[in-house]
Design a protein around this ligand. Structure first.
Ligand code: BGC
Length: 384
């Protein structure tokens, strides 16, 4: 069911002239649909997994905001399984989707789907995770992912006392024992987060303020396939038995995502780390995070996890909807970054949103006052 079938001669001329203006990306047959109303248009939304709360929130927000605009939406989750996601996207294309919004599991695994989308003039918006190695990515909506890593590293240093608002260069001098974790290597974001964090941490590793006892400082050594909590827990357990069996203590852990942070915290608790007020001899290290997942927000409120990075998925969804709408109306969505995200084939025009660091004292102002979580949800550690 090619989109081209519906083209009128006038539409075709318009399409050509828009293409000549450089209006759309390689895959965007944007103007084909500009004479149709939203009710006649359907959008396929492909999300990676429902095991993480953030993607459930993203899916819901994108779907409801698109529906508010009048579009028909097919939303699918792929259980973190690459063939499932490929097959779901294939199906969206054959069923006549007019635009695609995709958060990829593996950024390099969707090339044949993107080629098929381009052949059918379906614009593709890469959602939060950049789709790589294919020129048919028309737009990218995400957060400033390098800034996420920088914020995580700064939150770690603030927690350790190496840095604070009044003394950006630090009061505590260490040395502090720190271990590093990264996300899934097939997710482009994992590299941005890690590079951002290391831009801050490396000088302090070099001058001895931070000591990585495991010696594992390369992203390949510290990565966590598919961002799995259990994998991070297991690695933390192995680090504790391998590098801290001489009585030394871990003081801080760079964790790039709340789910990993919870796995890391469980391993630490099982090894006797916890509140020193309860007689434990091993204080819980400073553990960072990302996504403001409710279970982690509660841990932060309880003083167990130190911080998280809040990325407002409602705003990201809004940008995805704005971009989809623009393409479907034959326009080009407005980018605020046209330099950073080279996917290996082209620099993808992007709209990047800012992020916020959340410590215990920020829960109310950043998460509750903005309506992201209610105070009750924070207390319960569960979404309603
Ligand atoms: C997202 C993060 C998320 C991670 C694991 C990344 O691509 O940007 O927000 O924590 O995936 O789901």
């Amino acid at each position: 069911m090619s989109k081209k079938l519906g083209l009128t001669a006038a539409g075709a001329v318009l399409a050509l002239s828009l293409a000549a203006c450089g209006g759309g990306g390689a895959g965007s047959g944007t103007s084909n649909n500009s004479d149709k109303s939203a009710q006649d248009l359907s959008i396929g939304v492909s999300m990676p997994t429902q095991t993480s709360e953030r993607w459930i929130a993203d899916g819901k927000a994108v779907k409801s905001q698109l529906e508010k605009e009048g579009y028909t939406v097919t939303l699918q989750y792929a259980n973190d399984d690459i063939p499932t996601q490929s097959q779901q996207v294939d199906q969206m294309i054959t069923q006549g989707a007019d635009a695609l919004i995709i958060a990829a599991i593996d950024g390099t695994a969707l090339s044949s789907q993107l080629d098929a989308a381009a052949a059918a003039n379906i614009p593709v918006i890469s959602y939060d995770r950049l789709i790589r190695d294919n020129e048919n990515v028309d737009f990218y909506v995400s957060f400033d992912n390098f800034a996420v890593g920088v914020a995580q590293a700064n939150a770690l240093l603030t927690g350790l006392g190496v840095k604070n608002d009044n003394a950006p260069d630090g009061t505590a001098t260490g040395p502090f024992n720190v271990e590093l974790f990264a996300g899934s290597l097939d997710d482009n974001n994992a590299h941005f987060f890690f590079d951002g964090a290391m831009s801050i941490l490396q000088p302090l590793i070099d001058d001895g303020t931070l000591v990585i006892k495991s010696g594992e400082t390369k992203i390949e050594q510290v990565a966590t396939l598919r961002w799995q909590q259990e994998t991070a827990q297991k690695r933390m357990e192995d680090l504790l038995t391998g590098s801290y069996n001489d009585g030394s203590l871990v003081n801080g852990v760079l964790s790039p995502y709340d789910g990993l942070s919870r796995g890391i915290i469980t391993a630490l608790q099982n090894a006797g780390y916890g509140p020193t007020t309860e007689g434990g001899a091993k204080p819980m290290p400073i553990v960072t995070g990302q996504d403001a997942e409710i279970a982690s927000v509660k841990l932060i409120d309880d003083g167990v996890q130190s911080s998280t990075i809040f990325k407002d998925t409602r705003k990201l969804a809004e940008q995805a909807v704005i971009a989809a709408k623009a393409f479907l109306e034959g326009k080009t969505p407005e980018a605020n970054d046209t330099k950073t995200y080279d996917n290996g084939k082209k620099v993808v025009p992007s709209f990047l949103l800012p992020v916020e660091t959340v410590f215990k004292d920020d829960i109310q102002t950043v998460l509750v006052d903005s309506g992201y979580w209610t105070a009750e949800e924070v207390k319960a550690g569960q979404a309603k």
